[in-house]
Ligand binder design. Structure first.
Ligand code: BT5
Length: 243
């Protein structure tokens, strides 16, 4: 391969919203920042590496060159449902090669190790849906503090996996979900996501409180029965889940 981004070229994509245009970079600060800056409904920003990839609450996202998929999609319509659609799209994209668990709210794990994270950010009228997928990492490609908790598609499956192929599959699966959401089908996407999280009936702890998840609210928050009655844990808050 002559260029580090040769395998990230997106065409041809047969989507209607996601991938309306695409920009591929060798290096960038954060693809989410670029998506928020350039906007344009369905614009995809993908970079071989990020120098300031981030997770939620200011945490860093390790985004090494040649090993993963670090990309964002700009949306100019409502952000509702995107955080449900993204983990489902990734799960569907890799379904043929491995079993993926969605850990509420939107981490993706294989054998208990995280290989994908999702970050939704909104500025002005633009939403950036950022997705990071570890594809080709061997254990030693992760920094020592991540080695036990992180994995990649190749590490987990023992197969050689093409980054561009995974990217095109994720974008196609995401497009299908976004079309459903925009046609008024957010409830069905949320229900698929809630089932994928398999969180109902489980015992969780959050902020020193423990209880059983009764249901998932319309916004993705958890409705939890505790000793002190029902509480709601907002989408994105940290919880520990048993089992
Ligand atoms: C996330 O945050 O999981 C969301 C990550 C989103 C990354 C994408 S890449 C494209 C786009 N552009 C960006 O700048 N971001 C998005 P959170 O749940 O806060 O998890 C962050 C934590 O995951 C860190 O504190 C580490 O413990 C761990 N971590 C960092 N890099 C990792 C990696 N490559 N694989 C697995 N775990 C990682």
């Amino acid at each position: 391969m002559s260029n580090p981004t040769d395998d990230l070229v997106l065409s041809p994509l047969s989507t209607s919203i996601v991938g309306s245009r695409s920009f591929v970079y060798e290096t960038i600060g954060s693809t989410n920042d670029r998506a928020l800056d350039v906007g344009g409904d369905g614009t995809v920003i993908v970079s071989d590496t990020q120098t300031a990839g981030r997770g939620r609450r200011g945490r860093a996202w390790h985004s090494a060159s040649g090993l993963g998929l670090w990309f964002s999609i700009a949306f100019e319509d409502s952000a509702d449902g995107l955080a449900f659609a993204a983990p489902l799209a990734v799960r569907d994209a890799v379904r043929d090669i491995c079993d993926v668990r969605v850990k509420w709210p939107n981490d993706l794990l294989i054998d208990g190790r995280k290989f994908c994270g999702v970050l939704v950010e909104r500025r002005g009228g633009v939403t950036a849906l950022g997705i990071g997928i570890n594809v080709k990492h061997a254990a030693e490609d992760f920094p020592p503090e991540l080695r036990d908790q992180a994995t990649s598609l190749e590490r987990a499956t023992g197969q050689t996996i093409d980054r561009g192929d995974v990217l095109r599959r994720v974008l196609t699966a995401l497009d299908e979900r976004v079309i459903v959401i925009r046609a008024g089908g957010i409830d069905s996407v949320r229900e698929s996501w809630a089932e994928a999280c398999a969180i109902r009936g489980r015992t969780i702890r959050s902020d020193g409180k423990e209880g059983t998840v009764r249901d998932v609210d319309h916004d993705g928050g958890l409705l939890v029965n505790t000793q002190d009655g029902e509480i709601k844990i907002l989408f994105g808050e940290i919880v520990e889940v048993d089992g």
